[in-house]
Design a protein around this ligand. Structure first.
Ligand code: SAM
Length: 358
């Protein structure tokens, strides 16, 4: 499919726009686990690595996403925490290309060539250079133009009740949402249009998500909303796990447990040995799959899974249920799903949390 080919040739995601704590709670990771994890921004993989599993296979059909993960791994391996976060773009740094020279020996040839050609992305701070993150910045600029000082004010709150009142009184009118072009998400991510009706109202969807977000979490603690309305993490007080200082040594010590695979997860699992993976972190891949391929995905997950494996996946707009023929083996925990959906900082996803019982 054409749209997917274009999608596979650009850096789409550069920082995690999911709340990995949801995956961590759904999967219950421990030291004997072999995890299969969709790479995306690489943040999803590194966030799970903070939980000390035995092994993580990171897979993406877009090689650029995997090259980004390689870059992040090389940075963790060769830099200290301060240098790592500056290199990624979390704070100002005029020496990112010099730091790249210090870490490049740990990249594969393809990854090195890509970053050498795209060194400007690194010098600007790579975590904000994905197509998605750049659209977020564009949206954040529109929000700031429309709401001015009110954006600064929302970051001052350390009390949810007060933030809620302020949001209700000063933010929550349809005017500002009318000025913000949320439809641009369609331009970035096929999951927003491939298997979604053309007339689906994304504006309403994101508007509801924002309302829920402002009412349930402090904006300064929510890295996803912070990115959407501020365009960066400068005013964020709770970083995603892979960017937190207290997790840095754990990451450094565990990097050898990551194996990176470029390819379609369906083909990969079809050929994989049986009884191997026991945790599956599938992100929202089913949003990119036809119903037929979605069935195949579950079939091959079962082929490679150990008994009592856990699965966590997300769906954005397209609803994807577990195919009927597998519902007696893949047991969803509906109560946990509801709880996770309520707690998930990304607010927009339906969560699937299930156990495989053969
Ligand atoms: C929405 S993105 C995940 C980004 C993620 N939200 C994050 O925070 O990093 C989904 C990822 O899955 C990858 N993907 C989608 N379908 C796939 C498939 N069938 N096989 C392998 N990778 C796939 C895409 O290239 C993309 O990087």
């Amino acid at each position: 499919m054409n749209e997917l080919n274009t999608f596979k040739n650009v850096l789409n995601y550069s920082t995690c726009n999911e709340d990995s704590l949801t995956e961590i709670k759904a999967l219950g990771i421990n030291a004997t686990d072999n995890i299969l994890c969709i790479t995306g921004s690489g943040g999803r993989v590194l966030n799970l690595l903070t939980q000390n599993p035995k092994k993580i296979v990171a897979i993406d059909f877009n090689p650029i996403q995997n090259w980004l993960l390689e870059l992040k791994i090389a940075a963790i391996k060769n830099l200290n925490y301060d240098e790592y976060t500056k290199f990624l773009g979390l704070s100002e740094c005029s020496e990112r290309t010099k730091k790249f020279d210090r870490i490049k020996h740990d990249l594969s040839t393809d990854s090195y060539q890509y970053w050498k050609r795209n060194i400007r992305l690194i010098s600007r701070g790579i975590i904000y250079q994905g197509q998605f993150e750049r659209k977020c910045k564009y949206i954040a600029n529109m929000v700031k133009e429309t709401l001015g000082e009110k954006v600064n004010k929302i970051f001052d709150f350390d009390n949810l009740e007060k933030q809620r009142e302020f949001y209700k009184k000063e933010w929550n009118n349809s005017e500002w949402k009318d000025n913000v072009d949320f439809e641009i998400h369609r331009e970035v991510d096929p999951a927003f249009y491939l298997y979604v009706n053309n007339d689906y109202n994304i504006r309403n969807y994101i508007s509801n998500m924002l309302d829920k977000g402002f009412n349930t979490s402090l904006i300064r603690d929510n890295h996803i909303l912070c990115l959407l309305i501020d365009g960066n993490y400068k005013r964020l007080s709770k970083l995603p796990p892979c960017l937190q200082k207290e997790n840095f040594d754990t990451l450094k010590n565990n990097l050898h447990k990551i194996e990176i695979v470029t390819g379609n997860v369906i083909n990969f699992l079809e050929k994989h040995e049986a009884n191997f993976f026991n945790k599956f972190s599938m992100s929202d891949v089913t949003g990119y799959l036809s119903e037929k391929d979605s069935k195949k995905l579950y079939k091959y997950i079962l082929n490679s899974a150990a008994d009592n494996s856990r699965i966590c996946s997300r769906s954005l707009l397209a609803d994807r249920e577990i195919p009927i023929e597998f519902t007696n083996i893949i047991n969803r925990d509906i109560e946990l799903e509801k709880k996770l959906e309520n707690e998930d900082l990304a607010l927009a996803y339906k969560i699937l949390a299930a156990t495989i019982k053969f």
